[in-house]
Design a binder for this molecule. Structure first.
Ligand code: BG6
Length: 488
């Protein structure tokens, strides 16, 4: 791996502490960082290098997947970290930063390969990108890469505007848009499994699949993010990005050994084939919800509009369920049901593929054993795959009972999403980052929902915290003769 400078904007922020430093540390322990590696942390407050290093070390103790208890290892790791004060709008600060980076490049004999990670609010993305360009920080002889987090825009137009501004300083292949769901190990497995197992590959079609259910339930509420969340809701916070990325990853049909370019084109194709929603479709195919007070795992929690800094009259969505269709050969007529919500009964992200029922004609209508085959991908907090099959019950001849073929991994062995993503970014592998085409097409598809919500065309259903969302979400499937699996 090529030696690199890792320049982190927002180095004293929450994401850096919780995710980025622990991920870098775990890569370091696994010897997956370049031999020569320099991290320059940037923030508004004054900090010495030592103070910064102490913060980084603390974050490892608090959040690292692996124990951080070997003082020599930790010292080696944090000695790569240095800190610079930077005010995002001050051009002269970028000049000072350039000198500091060059000084470290000289000291470590590093080529001028630079990653700029913007772990800051999206309102700063374009200012930073243009200052990187104007200061000459991005015009060294080596390569440069820009890493940014969602949200990428607020709607189609703002996303396009932002992309246009960024593209003045960075080419598309230099922009790595993080969607952390794409870094989750099971999500990365989705395409691979279908691609490398003929048994799955053969089944991956509307001939056998009845429907697909994609769920991302959370137990947390709005937390301390009222200012952000009340402006975006579940549709922008989760649906436009994470949920549609899960859909793309599941629906692509990849030939073996596909290149990252092929993956991108296939994902784009899925988005292009998603049947667009008209206003009327939004009303019948989308359910909007907001949590009210309830109990989660024995603990009482307050309703959304009683949360600090949320207006009593807020109509923001904390839950969304939708039915989508992909108008492409393999998927025609297969409904995809997607839902995500806060303050749900349990934390679980999973994809369930329900197969058509070969046993239907053979068994009586009320027969309990008449259970379809299911293929379940558990994405988080557990990671695993389960295949539900029907076997004959030896005790009760003539009846069938489901058995489960299970594969589960222990979390400890699994790299965190950010480890996978940072590793790929260091390698320059864009496969698991959101390409602009995907982002643009996702916003385009979601836009009618945003309008319908704004115009209040879709009723806001209140659901009790600690449940699986409003009853209307169940009805969405019931209309087609299905139900959400594993709601209990
Ligand atoms: C973030 C959202 O992108 O994803 C949060 O902004 C949400 O609101 C989080 O809680 C969920 O991520 P995960 O990995 O815990 O499912």
């Amino acid at each position: 791996m090529e030696p690199t400078s890792f320049v982190l904007f927002g180095a004293t922020g929450d994401l850096a502490k919780r995710k980025i430093y622990p991920a870098l540390y775990n890569l370091f322990v696994d010897q997956k960082l370049p031999q020569s590696f320099s991290v320059i942390g940037l923030g508004r407050r004054e900090l010495s290098d030592e103070e910064f290093q102490a913060r980084v070390e603390q974050s490892l103790h608090d959040y690292s997947r692996r124990e951080a208890n070997d003082p020599v290892l930790i010292k080696n790791f944090i000695s790569s970290f240095h800190y610079n004060v930077l005010n995002i709008g001050h051009k002269e600060d970028y000049q000072r930063l350039l000198q500091r980076i060059e000084q470290r490049e000289d000291e470590l004999a590093l080529p001028p390969n630079r990653i700029f990670y913007l772990s800051v609010g999206p309102e700063y993305f374009d200012v930073i990108a243009s200052n990187i360009k104007e200061s000459g920080l991005g015009s060294a002889k080596g390569w440069k890469r820009l890493l940014i987090e969602k949200p990428f825009g607020h709607d189609l137009q703002s996303a396009r505007d932002l992309n246009q501004k960024l593209s003045k300083a960075f080419a598309e292949e230099e922009i790595f848009r993080i969607d952390h769901y794409l870094g989750k190990p099971m999500v990365q497995e989705l395409g691979i499994l279908q691609q490398n197992n003929s048994v799955l590959d053969a089944l991956w079609t509307n001939r056998y699949i009845a429907n697909v259910q994609i769920t991302a339930n959370e137990t947390v509420g709005v937390e301390e993010r009222a200012g952000y969340y009340d402006q975006v809701g579940a549709v922008r916070d989760m649906f436009q990005n994470h949920m549609l990325q899960l859909l793309m990853m599941l629906a692509i049909h990849l030939p073996k050994n596909s290149t990252s370019e092929e993956v991108r084109l296939k994902k784009k194709k899925v988005m292009e084939s998603l049947e667009p929603l008209q206003k009327q479709d939004v009303i019948s195919n989308v359910v909007r919800g907001q949590y009210k007070a309830g109990t989660i795992q024995g603990n009482p929690v307050i309703g959304y509009t009683s949360e600090p800094n949320i207006a009593e009259t807020s109509m923001n969505d904390t839950f969304i369920a939708a039915k989508l269709r992909i108008d492409a050969a393999f998927w025609r007529e297969v409904p995809f049901y997607i839902r995500t919500g806060k303050r749900m009964k349990e934390k679980s992200t999973r994809i369930v593929i329900e197969f058509k029922e070969p046993l239907k004609q053979q068994s009586s209508a009320n027969n309990e054993s008449n259970i379809p085959n299911l293929l379940v991908f558990e994405i988080s907090p557990n990671e695993g795959i389960t295949l539900q099959l029907n076997t004959r019950d030896p005790q009760h001849k003539g009846e069938f009972k489901p058995i489960h073929i299970d594969f589960h991994t222990s979390r400890q062995d699994m790299p965190e999403a950010y480890e996978n993503l940072l590793y790929d970014a260091l390698h320059g592998d864009p496969t698991f980052f959101a390409h602009w085409d995907e982002v643009e097409l996702s916003w385009k598809w979601v836009q009618p929902i945003l309008h319908a919500f704004e115009e209040n065309l879709v009723p806001l259903h209140h659901y009790q915290a600690g449940t699986y969302g409003p009853a209307e979400s169940d009805e969405l499937l019931a209309k087609d003769g299905y139900h959400w699996w594993f709601d209990s």
